[in-house]
Design a binder for this molecule. Sequence first.
Ligand code: BDR
Ligand code: CA
Length: 313
Amino acid sequence: MIRRRVIIDCDPGLDDAINLFLAFASPEALEIVGITTVAGNVPVALTERNARMVRELANREDVPVFGGCERPLRRPPVYADHVHGASGVDGMTAFEPRAARDDAHAVDWLVETLRAANAGEITLVATGPLTNLAAAFARAPDVLPKIAEVVLMGGARREGGNITPTAEFNMFADPHAAAAVFACGRPIVAIGLDATHQATATPERLAPLRAISGPVAEAALGMLEFANTVEFKRRGAVGAPVHDPCTVAYLLAPRLFATKPCCIQVETEAALTLGCTSVDYWGATGNAPNAVWVDEVDADALFALIAERISRL
Ligand code: BDR
Ligand code: CA
């Protein structure tokens, strides 16, 4: 397996936190150059603190964490604490991490790090609103050739929206940033609700995780159970969708996912469809594909992978 150099841009977030555990537990496949956080599920001060908590639990303080944009490019912030809890990672016991926050701004660090990289060297994994990435690309378009691929969680085609009837949360929270990233010209893998709504944390899928002891498994299970409780209260459904771990899992085991190249664009103007992803699945526009759309995941295998990796931490 090729060892990739990755930067993970995220807004932890219950499922972002599980995704970080998956990445931290996979050093043979991923060299995590750094983690950048953004305002999304909760304000950026919390997403940054939460990333440091997860890092400490995983015993990976060798990986730097940087806080980034406090608000979307052009719109007021939209949060999802009604899903992730007031801390952003309810279900695990929050604590003040022993390593203090880094003063560098995520966008400055992204620009500097990408500039210092070789062409096609860095894979960007994005599991929150795309504000940090879009800000870095706008400030320093010269960094784009350094990016091998952007693997992001966001968007929806068949499934409709989860924050509005037509938009998925990460796209809706910063539609202008999302539109800019889809137009950046680098290879993009977009994993939207069509796939992630298949990845539900059912009791059967959580059983292997339940059998693991230790603080990481306990935190992961606590967060997934919190997500399940919220999902049941809001929708009466058993098993919350676990979106963000599909991104790192895609890098670790692409065979678990079904994909199709498509042209994807993001609505930035219309009130009713703000943040809606236009996924040209059937080639109606004649536009060349700018991304690979993921629309199926082997959910049982995904949860088996999550449990196996968490057992390493
Ligand atoms: C996305 O929105 C957030 O609430 C989750 O962390 C995930 O990244 C799913 O729509
Ligand atoms: Ca997220």
